[in-house]
Design a protein around this ligand. Sequence first.
Ligand code: UDP
Length: 338
Amino acid sequence: MHYLITGGAGFIGSHLSEALLQKGHQVTAVDDLSTGQLANVDHLTADPNFQIVIENITNAVVMDRLVSECDIVIHLAAAVGVELIVQKPVHTIETNVMGTEVVLRTARRYRKKTLIASTSEIYGKSANIPYKEDDDRLMGATSRHRWAYATSKALDEFLALAYHKEYDLPVVIFRLFNTVGPRQRGRYGMVIPRFVKQAMQNKQITVYGDGQQSRCFCDGRDVIKAIIGLAENSQAEGEVYNIGAQQEITILELAHKIKQMTNSTSDIVLVPYEEAYEAGFEDMRRRVPDTTKINALLGWEPNLTLDQTIMDIVKHFENEGKQETISERDTPSAVIVG
Ligand code: UDP
């Protein structure tokens, strides 16, 4: 099979490309390198079954050619990272809505099965834990930019399901819950690479809010097995699936764990949300997926532990040898807690 992966030079896209090549498939990755990096796919470029196209997915002419040449599309390209989303709201909405529109319109033209990456942000502030695919969603006000991301991805989902209903296009939607692993960058938010970098540099580990908010982190290498399973299974078409782990950890516990695992002398500090992001920023207290649906279809469940993932991220940064600059912020009202 020939896979087209939008966002193919990103953290998840590059692991997915690698896994598909290993399975003997042909892969074309398209990426504008806005948050993806050529370094993520450098090791794949010698493979004759791999090609990377540096282009924005809103370029309908290029997308027409790429979609026409492939058998299946996995659409990962999006504006992601809470920090990026808060700082660049127009870019977020335009990339996520217009990009998906181009992908779906082109996929319909050539009748190509299309998988659309969505997000656990879709569930918003709902306290109805764990989240099931058909649950109600609870969004904040439009004046809070964070919700633009969830809403843009919700529109992507509506559009994909509409193409399925109206034009019988084979689409599958998967919602990712805090996916982590080597190659993920902390520059635009993502807590684990940030904490690991901060700990390795013995800088302050910046826990936002009171640190009692919790998340379930799932290793990207487990996640791509689920994505490939959905791509290969025709029963998944027209459906939405959660992909994530169920083991919860508070962000403060996470900071302590990373500090300990890296033998760091960093202070752990609490930074108010309004300072970390913007005034009135709303965070989710908990976010846990119900993965019964994907487990029933594919027998999928994550295997890698959080400790294993953190160790691999540490090794990745050590190998990289160069330190990425995490956007430095003043933390005058930070409280040292560990
Ligand atoms: N977070 C933090 N310090 C950081 C970056 C993030 O405490 O330097 C918190 C963030 O406020 C959220 C959690 O870590 O509660 C997970 O953040 P991330 O951006 O990784 O993903 P989210 O779950 O918000 O999509």
